[in-house]
Design a protein around this ligand. Structure first.
Ligand code: GLC
Length: 440
């Protein structure tokens, strides 16, 4: 009998792996796969003092009552969801993900499942999620809702801080908490019908304890096309690396790097360590090159305004993404790094290769190992045709020559120039180790 179960387990396990390896696109992932840029929004009471979201009380940098005191200062009085959504669309993002509830348990919508929400307990007094969802849709942006599975404020959640536990094992209390989580998730799903749920905090319990399978089922029942990120203990649709840029292409067919603009998720006026627009564009190009998305975070202030530095970054990003749209949206991962010194991407049909130039070239740029005939090379968003020259091509050898492309100073973008190489047919790469002489 044991043996039989072992075999069943192995069969199911290998089926699962096969499904993961399958590179065929999944229909519901289409918009996500084409989006390439999303905006993450960490908005919550932590913006009042400008401190770490939830973790500041969990780690003991502020007492729980003092942390919660911030509710009194959360006014949202300059909140303009129409402007937010417009700015996000202008940045070139195709979706946004907003914190509906962080680990501190403070809900930003008018939840009927509990009292800890900004409608009941803060001067904001209104549902902050509802109008934003409407504005996103008006601007053709997909709607993502961040939801923390763990809730350090809930009276029936086992732990409150790193050192303070409410209980160890108490299935009745855990059951209460689970009911509460299901209630809120059901509310979010039915009220806002998001395109994506962005879970967080799953690390504190197992899939069984969260009842992840049931959560996923419930959300999919509401919207069969809903996408789930990976922080739900194995029930997600895509990988979610955080802060660190993947150096090699992630194994998962779909992935998204979430990243702060400075070093904080929420608004922290003291954190001036912003990445430059150029650095952010570079990172976006790296994600595009590896077939993934960048989910770039902003942290609005407690009054609902977006800090100037963040607006400036989004606007410059918008200038660059609209100019280079054809090399970003709906593209697929580029070619292996050995062929070109910089990020690359391919169009859907694989016959246009985009070369992102991370530096100002001091001579012709170099492309190696392309077997196809090249029909034309032009500067994306500018149209200038570029001259190129092929060196080291022997008529008797299969090894393609090195393509040297002249990129004159006049066509350079102030952040990152992109060059399109139009190939005859689908890209065909030479990946061998060279060839010895056969004739001369
Ligand atoms: C981490 C943190 C959280 C943050 C999130 C964003 O998991 O717990 O504070 O919201 O990352 O990705």
């Amino acid at each position: 009998m044991k043996k039989f179960f072992c075999w069943v387990f192995l069969a199911v396990y290998s089926l699962n792996l096969a499904a993961q390896d399958d590179q065929k696109p999944i229909e519901k992932m289409k918009w996500f796969d084409e989006a390439r840029l999303g905006i993450f929004i960490h908005w919550g009471i932590y913006a009042v003092n400008g401190i770490d979201e939830s973790w500041s009380f969990y780690n003991g940098y502020i007492s729980y009552p003092d942390y919660m005191q911030q509710l009194k200062g959360f006014t949202a009085k300059n909140y303009n969801p129409a402007e937010w959504a417009k700015l996000m669309a202008e940045s070139g993002a195709k979706y946004a993900v907003i914190t509906t509830k962080h680990h501190d348990g403070v809900a930003l919508w008018d939840t009927k499942c509990g009292d800890l929400n900004v409608v009941k307990q803060s001067p904001a007094k209104t549902d902050l999620i509802q109008p934003f969802v409407l504005e996103l849709r008006k601007n053709n942006l997909k709607v993502g809702l961040y939801y923390s599975l763990l809730d350090w404020s809930h009276p029936d959640y086992p732990n409150k801080t790193r050192t303070e536990k409410r209980y160890e094992n108490d299935s009745a209390r855990w059951e209460n908490f689970t009911r509460f989580n299901f209630c809120q998730l059901n509310e979010l799903a039915s009220k806002f019908n998001p395109d994506l749920f962005w879970f967080d905090g799953d690390w504190e319990h197992s899939a069984e304890k969260w009842r992840a399978a049931e959560i996923s089922e419930m959300l999919k029942k509401n919207n069969p096309g809903v996408i789930l990120n990976s922080r739900i203990q194995g029930y997600g649709d895509y990988a979610t690396p955080e802060q660190g840029l993947p150096v090699t292409r992630p194994d998962s067919r779909y992935w998204e790097l979430c990243m702060t603009m400075n070093d904080s998720w929420g608004f922290q006026p003291n954190d001036k360590n912003y990445k430059t627009p150029g650095q952010i564009i570079n990172i976006l190009a790296e994600c595009v090159s590896k077939g993934g998305n960048l989910l770039l975070d902003i942290g609005p202030k407690a009054d609902g305004s977006i800090p100037d530095e963040q607006v400036a970054i989004l606007k410059e990003l918008g200038r660059w993404t609209s100019k280079h749209a054809e090399a970003i949206y709906g593209t697929q991962a580029g070619i292996p790094a050995e062929h070109f010194y910089g990020p690359t991407a391919l169009n859907k049909t694989g016959d246009i290769l985009y070369l992102f130039l991370p530096y100002k070239p001091i001579g012709p740029i170099m492309l190696k190992g392309i077997k196809n005939k090249i029909n034309r090379i032009y500067v994306v968003g500018n149209g200038t045709k570029l001259n190129w020259d092929i060196k080291m091509k022997q008529y008797w050898s299969q090894v393609p020559g090195i393509v040297y492309i002249d990129v004159p100073e006049t066509v350079l973008d102030p952040q990152m120039t992109v060059v399109a190489v139009l190939l005859e047919g689908k890209i065909d790469l030479y990946r061998e180790k060279g060839q010895v002489i056969e004739s001369n």
